[in-house]
Design a binder for this molecule. Structure first.
Ligand SMILES: C=C1C[C@]23C[C@@]1(O)CC[C@H]2[C@@]12CC[C@H](O)[C@@](C)(C(=O)O1)[C@H]2[C@@H]3C(=O)O
Ligand SMILES: O=C(O)CCC(=O)C(=O)O
Ligand SMILES: [Fe+2]
Length: 328
């Protein structure tokens, strides 16, 4: 209480206990995408955690670093300049407000529409051609990785065809989003044992999310017993999250991972996230190849389309259990 009253900078932003070194996720699965064992390792990680670290993914370091520096350049502009790229909804620059239902975090961001393998031409933000080129180069590369990862998931699940999952993000009209998050250092709370919430706990509604961040930690995931663990940062790796839609497609075999970001008091964090979603009309239901197997295994979910789920998600608060209303 005292902390809140004396730190107007973080007014309305929920506080979290600062992570300590013992919170690090010792058992994090690390998957080498170039190894023959990748499909099995990916399926295993998705079942246990809904999350893994991916190395040897093939996105060139230059492509990641070029986009990071363009992002840093964008966020270092004056507030008035950045606000010219707002509002965040449907797409553009936003600060502190996340979504439309009152969630707040210690961050600023760009929310961008992706069409096929690049920024949508209908998304005028960012205006800078160099930044757009860096985004397009990165998006094309990371989307290829998403496709390889989803193919490996199908292989790891033992289902055919290989593109049973990946076809949903490569299909015409697939609903892909790209997000650039910047968490400035939150000096006001330094040494107080608590930290500002950067991005509050949530699951991602899409199929998969692929995240790359600079060397600043802050991402935490919840294990299945509810314990929060910190993900050690690695600027060369990608981190893959299972989203709600993939949980449904696998009838709950893969777990949609709850995650959040804790703002650092000293260093800024920049993250680049590709969210792979299906076309709006795509039915989200357990794959018949998976249901056919178990003794009379039934779908655990009501039938819905991505459009229906997305609409419900955008009406919800960040931390809501969005899938609950779709459980049978
Ligand atoms: C509070 C919200 C922000 C969010 C839309 C929502 O109503 C619930 C889901 C949130 C989320 C999480 C993953 C992605 O960052 C995101 C773009 C998405 O598709 O769902 C955000 C939404 C957002 O920031 O608008
Ligand atoms: O910025 C991050 O590191 C994670 C943010 C996130 O989970 C999201 O944008 O959905
Ligand atoms: Fe997320």
């Amino acid at each position: 209480m005292v902390v809140l009253a004396s730190t107007p900078a973080v007014d309305h932003i929920p506080l979290l206990r600062s992570p300590d070194p013992g919170d690090y996720f010792a058992g994090m699965p690390v998957v080498d995408l170039s190894s023959p064992g990748a499909p099995k390792a990916i399926a295993d990680a998705c079942e246990r955690f809904g999350f893994f670290k991916l190395v040897n993914h093939g996105v060139p370091v230059d492509t990641m670093e070029r986009l990071e520096s363009e992002a840093v350049r964008f966020f270092s502009q004056s507030q008035a300049e950045k606000d010219r790229s707002g509002p965040a909804y449907p797409f553009g620059y936003g600060s502190k407000r996340i979504g439309l239902n009152g969630d707040m975090g210690w961050l600023e961001y760009l929310l961008l529409a992706v069409n096929s393998a690049s920024l949508s031409g209908a998304c005028p933000v960012p205006a800078c051609a160099v930044f757009r080129a860096a985004l397009n180069e990165y998006i094309a590369a990371v989307r290829k990785v998403a496709v390889r990862v989803m193919e490996a998931m199908a292989e790891g699940l033992g289902i055919a065809p290989l593109d049973a999952l990946s076809a949903m993000v490569t299909a015409e009209g697939s609903d892909q989003v790209f997000r650039v998050n910047h968490y400035p250092p939150c000096h006001a709370l330094q040494g107080l044992g608590c930290s500002a919430t950067g991005f509050g706990e949530h699951t991602d509604p899409q199929l998969v999310s692929l995240l790359r961040s600079n060397g600043t930690s802050g991402l935490q995931i919840a294990l299945q017993d509810g314990q929060w663990v910190s993900v050690p940062s690695d600027r060369d790796a990608l981190f893959v999250n299972v989203g709600d839609s993939l949980q449904v497609l696998t009838n709950g075999r893969f777990k949609s991972v709850k995650h959040r970001v804790v703002a650092n008091s000293l260093k800024s964090r920049v993250s680049l996230i590709y969210f792979g979603g299906p076309p709006l009309a795509q039915r989200i239901a357990p794959l018949p190849q998976l249901l056919g197997r178990g003794e009379g295994e039934q779908s655990a979910y009501k039938d819905f389309t991505w459009s229906e789920y997305k609409k419900a998600a955008y009406k919800s608060r960040l931390g809501d259990n969005r899938l609950a209303q779709f459980l049978k």
